[in-house]
Design a protein around this ligand. Structure first.
Ligand SMILES: [Mg+2]
Length: 167
């Protein structure tokens, strides 16, 4: 877990042989509906790329039913970061393994051992990553949730309390 992607210890992940990044978009890279990556996060990612801690990145975002506008936004943020991207459509949305595997295919050199999944939701990002035995990182959401997600936050809070993962 980490508070923000901007604070992630990229060097520590590299030490463990992890150089490939699957990253969620909404509330992980940018607040919902924002069309640009949060500045501090973009700078941290670019610096990690320059230092050789990140070899490749792919953004994986659930867009539900086919929606060109929502996918266009994901593409725009991916271009800003020099990342590949996967728009996951129903029914193959996170935590389904399909979009994660598609993302790994888009990063030459990536496999299940050298890739990390980073996102702000336990039940899509972390659960999906864990299904494939990927290393996973949970980050705190950057902004307000979609109403569908709000109820899941209640369950996340209960999990955090029981496990003591977060105070
Ligand atoms: Mg998200």
């Amino acid at each position: 877990m980490c508070h923000s992607l901007a604070e992630l210890d990229f060097a520590e992940l590299a030490e463990r042989g992890i150089y490939y990044y699957i990253i969620d978009v909404d509330n992980t890279l940018a607040p919902r509906k924002f069309r640009q990556c949060t500045l501090s996060i973009r700078q941290a990612l670019q610096s990690a790329v320059e230092q050789g801690y990140i070899k490749r990145m792919v953004l994986v975002s659930n867009v539900g039913n086919y929606d060109a506008a929502r996918c266009g936004r994901v593409e725009q943020i991916a271009q800003e970061l020099g990342a590949a991207f996967v728009c996951a459509y129903w029914p193959h949305i996170k935590p389904d393994p399909a979009p994660f595997l598609e993302g790994i295919k888009l990063m030459p050199g990536a496999n299940l051992d050298n890739t990390v999944m980073i996102g702000d939701q336990i039940f899509t990002d972390v659960k999906g990553g864990n299904r494939l035995n990927l290393t996973t990182v949970y980050v705190d959401p950057l902004g307000p949730d979609h109403w569908v997600t709000s109820w899941k936050r209640v369950i996340e809070k209960i999990i955090f309390r029981i496990t003591g993962w977060r105070q």
